[in-house]
Design a protein. Structure first.
Length: 263
């Protein structure tokens, strides 16, 4: 399918993990991808992979928590690839696992990256989308925004992101812009948080898999597939929604129940 032919997409945090998978999936469906990341080398690697697969992409270096940096990034992306049709707000960061371990500066950074950055990116692309009368924003949330699973700063930001998603969908839906959120469960990536956890428990993903009704944790491609649908024109009547892509984790505690039931 070429659902994104003649469309330009910006993916924040596109230098690796879920962001890279989204960039590759949408490029594979014909989209031109602006890969925004704070890490220039990582962004360039994603661009190289898109190009190797026959796609079109450009790296854009920015700090999503800084308004001037985000505005400049959007201008640079549109100069390189054309007006933005889709924004995928994917960039994220989590550090502290408990409230006790969370210092005020940790909290501020997690809120900044996971909520402020999404707001700034949306605010930067919206004027152009409104002027053209169409656009799509996809916010990558988390099950943490709905269930207490640790990482309190990150989780609070993701909960706030759902409210932001609803606000954007109501205010800008009448102007032709749809906004939705995708909330992943555990996704196996090589980001810093999981590297630290794997050092403590090399089998952590296998350990976590037993709590998921589908019997496994997610892969970045699972989120990319969901994004490819919800940002496409065929999802034109989907606005203000949150799509749980979590293998049934938040829908059923059956795997836990089975461990406690005495036969």
């Amino acid at each position: 399918m070429k659902r994104y032919a003649d469309k330009t997409i910006m993916v924040t945090g596109g230098g690796g993990g879920i962001g890279r998978a989204i960039a590759l999936r949408l490029a594979g469906e014909g989209g031109a991808i602006a890969v925004l990341d704070k890490n220039g080398q990582a962004a360039d690697e994603t661009v190289s992979q898109v190009a190797a697969a026959g796609g079109r992409a450009a790296a854009v270096i920015a700090d999503i928590t800084d308004w001037d940096s985000v505005q400049n990034a959007v201008a640079e992306a549109e100069q390189a690839l054309g007006p933005l049709d889709v924004l995928v707000n994917n960039a994220g960061w989590a550090q502290r696992g408990s409230l006790e371990d969370t210092a005020p500066e940790d909290w501020d950074k997690e809120i900044a990256v996971n909520l402020r950055g999404h707001f700034l990116a949306a605010k930067a692309v919206l004027p152009g989308m409104v002027a053209r009368g169409h656009g799509v924003i996809v916010n990558i949330g988390s099950v943490n925004g709905f269930v207490a699973l640790g990482n309190p700063g990150y989780s609070a930001a993701k909960a706030g992101l759902y409210s932001l998603t609803q606000t954007l969908s109501g205010e800008y839906g009448p102007k032709g812009i749809r906004t939705n959120m995708i909330s992943p469960g555990t996704i196996e990536t090589d980001i810093e948080t999981w590297r630290i956890r794997r050092q403590k428990n090399p089998e952590i993903f296998d350990t976590l898999a037993r709590w998921y009704p589908v019997g496994r944790v997610g892969q970045p491609e699972d989120i990319a597939a969901a994004t490819a649908y919800i940002a496409a024109d065929e999802a034109a009547f989907v606005n203000g929604a949150n799509l749980m892509v979590d293998g049934g984790l938040t829908a059923s505690l059956n795997p836990m129940i089975e461990e406690f039931v005495l036969e």
